[in-house]
Design a protein around this ligand. Sequence first.
Ligand code: 8X3
Length: 253
Amino acid sequence: MSSRATAHVSRRAVVTGASTGIGAATVRLLRAHGWDVVATARRTERLTALADETGCQWVAADLQVAQDVERLAATVLADGPVDAVVNNAGGAIGLDPVAVGDPADWLTMYERNVLAALRVSQAFLPGMRERGGDLLFLTSVAAHDAYPGGGGYVAAKHAERIIANTLRQELVGEPVRVIEIAPGIVATEEFSLNRFGGDKAKADAVYAGIDPLTAEDIAECLVWALERPAHVNIDSMIVRPRAQATNTLVARR
Ligand code: 8X3
């Protein structure tokens, strides 16, 4: 097989935030495509259920804890090298205007969306620089533009995107691809519920009157990007539902 062919048989991926939503959908799709997958998240019971369903491996870890990330990488790399890391873990807290946003929420969002991805990327990068690999960052349209109430999340997602943009420059000439997928409105089990502290009515309103994207829609984009031939780097892909033209312009029925 030429080095330019799509060689994704027996490739191995690590997926963070794998207990739910886009992360879990990505594990399922990668497994369906024949990838070996290590799923990571905090919730063990969800990881074991996903492993029973898909045959993935799993390591429970809290990516906000540096020692957990070290243990994750050591455990995964003891079984062999990794071809792709999907930095999917993250999330939003609240929809507070900047004028009243709680700095503690901003800090938590920075930890979850930025520093977790940084730590995980740093842990797997040395092996990738030696033998090749892909670092994928699941950011958001919030990484590309602001919206009222989005301040803390928008700031964190912009910062996460900057990790990708900077790494791509720092690693040019090396066999590492740096990919960003930036979704708009995706109806998942937990993103909006977490954002609104479990308020289901508020969460449901985010998706009301439109056909939102699904976790599976984004998993398709992500796996497609990873399965491009090695010379093709999908720098950044913005994906929105047809009914969403910008972060704030949404046509609801
Ligand atoms: C999720 C999309 O519009 O809530 O990342 O920021 S949005």
